[in-house]
Write a protein of this length. Structure first.
Length: 184
């Protein structure tokens, strides 16, 4: 449920709106083929403190079993024990550790990404949807983010000669105000 904007300086909590959010990635080969993939089920939370100049703390859980692809057999391969092993590791998790503003409505979101029980740092370039900012809406926060990670760093080294190690991510998300906030 979307709530009215918090009083100035009050803590705020936002829930990820899965219907308007997506996490996409591309698996490519040195031979030139590309599999475009996306996760369709996820949930997340953004908690902002009293200082609204700070981005806040973000946590997102992705159902790894919900991966879809533009190539029919690719999703089954990515879910298999050779890659994500979704039978043993059904979720992927991101938890933010910091935010560095880089310009008006832009910044770098630092965090920890966990895949197959391996956690590695990741940095995402974030751009906020300025139409929401301009409208003065404080009950929603929409953004786009991009980044990359190394398959090998997460132990996803099988098929190393056939699949590029660098995996680019494209994320679109929208958080909506929820109540009550649960800041520690």
């Amino acid at each position: 449920m979307v709530q009215a904007a918090p009083a100035a300086g009050a803590p705020a909590a936002y829930g990820l709106r899965p219907e308007t959010s997506s996490v996409r990635f591309t698996i490519a080969s040195p031979r030139g083929w590309r599999w475009r993939m996306r996760f369709v089920r996820m949930n997340g939370r953004l908690e902002r403190g009293r200082d609204t100049r700070e981005f806040g703390r973000v946590s997102v859980d992705i159902d790894a079993r919900s991966v879809e692809s533009n190539t029919p057999f690719a999703a089954a391969f990515v879910k298999s024990s050779a890659v994500l092993d979704t039978a043993r590791y059904p979720s992927i998790r991101f938890v933010s550790t910091g935010y560095i503003p880089t310009g008006e409505g832009k910044g770098r979101l630092l965090g920890l990404l966990t895949i197959r029980a391996v956690t590695q740092p990741i940095e995402l370039d974030v751009t906020f949807d300025d139409s929401i900012v301009r409208s003065g809406a404080q009950d929603r926060l929409a953004f786009r983010a991009s980044g990359n990670f190394s398959r090998g760093a997460f132990g996803l080294a099988k098929w190393a000669s056939s699949i590029d190690d660098d995996i680019p991510l494209q994320i679109e998300g929208e958080f909506a105000r929820v109540s009550p906030p649960s800041l520690d």
